[in-house]
Write a protein that binds this ligand. Sequence first.
Ligand code: FMN
Ligand code: EPS
Length: 389
Amino acid sequence: MSIRFLTAGETHGPQLTAIIEGLPSNLKLDIEALNFQLHRRQKGYGRGRRMQIEKDTAQIVGGVRHGYTTGAPVALVVENKDWTHWRNIMNIEPIEGTDEEKRRVHRPRPGHADLNGGLKYNLKDLRNVLERSSARETAVRVACGAIARQFLEQFGIKVAGQVIRIGEIEAPAHDLSIDELIERTEASSVRVVNKETEKKMEEYIDLIKKEGDSIGGIVECIVEGLPVGLGSHVQYDRKLDGRIAQGVMSINAFKGVEVGIGFEAGELRGSKVHDEIVYTEERGYHRASNRLGGFEGGMTNGMPIVVRGVMKPIPTLYKPLQSVDIDTKEAFTAQVERSDACAVPAASVVMEHVVTWEVAKAFLEKFGGDSMEEIHANYNNYLAQLERY
Ligand SMILES: Cc1cc2nc3c(=O)[nH]c(=O)nc-3n(C[C@H](O)[C@H](O)[C@H](O)COP(=O)(O)O)c2cc1C
Ligand SMILES: C=C(O[C@@H]1CC(C(=O)O)=C[C@@H](OP(=O)(O)O)[C@H]1O)C(=O)O
């Protein structure tokens, strides 16, 4: 038993669509809680005008009746309110000399998918590439992850996300509980727990924006309440840390991922990296520390999952970089599209949901059943087995 989803839709088309296959029946879906996650993704500081136009809400159009999943594929759509402004541009083929022709994209932006996509798909209007490569797609990916989050909540599993760095500004370390972390980051425009850092990050983003530039950063996701043994060491594509890394790297503009102390593990001795194993009646087997971020052998070890991802600066610059016009092959500055200056706080919410999805998928593979009742029984049976071990 596994779950999968596909998405479709363009950033300036009428809507985004997702179909989720493999969800069990009798999962209660709270649409308000789902929409709250979409709202969180939109709210991050540093975004452009588009986020003022969109009011993302998901409409479930299949697989749910009276608030519960039926076991059928769940279909959901998120409308693009901006579509009304783009109707002609999206629908009419460019005709020379018309407004639509003027809106044809022929000066690829360094750092975006424009040129690679144009060459690969033999498309002369690079809009046909940017429409789908746009991170607008992450709205429905968050919707799918938000359903996965509600599934995991039924088993006491919680997910939080925070911004660790935006450009030169780093958030100080803290030892808040996951509930406190969720509460504080929800209230913050840049998804940090500390007011002083929030202010510094906002000012920094404003400065970058004023200079016509963009900025990236580092985000972290934490998952708590997990059992030992999600994922498996027996086959490369069942290693859950590897799957999470793929998911994180698939987020637009992400250039790296690390689990636990990640790249720092290359600098330290083994005695400073591995987490000692301890046993108590109360907690059973656990680790004295969590430097490996909840994974050994591609399996969860019962400690919180800690994953970080790095996002590069947004490619579209109001002071554009040099590029080449695909019509004339002459050097030009890249086309300026309306753009975000910094999307790191939004990307933090995206990463939470991408990680959540992978965890839910592994959870269903291990405890899979066709109904929530069957999964609960399988899960409880496994917990009892762990206790007897
Ligand atoms: C939430 C979010 C918002 C983004 N907003 C923009 C944007 O406004 N302008 C832009 O050029 N790129 C934006 N990006 C990044 C591009 O989508 C991304 O760089 C592009 O798809 C190329 O893919 P790659 O960077 O992964 O290679 C955004 C990314 C995320 C995650
Ligand atoms: C629409 C979203 O993000 C978009 C992602 C994006 C890109 O190139 O990735 C470019 C911008 O699109 P537009 O040119 O329409 O303003 C962002 O606003 C969203 O996150 O919902």
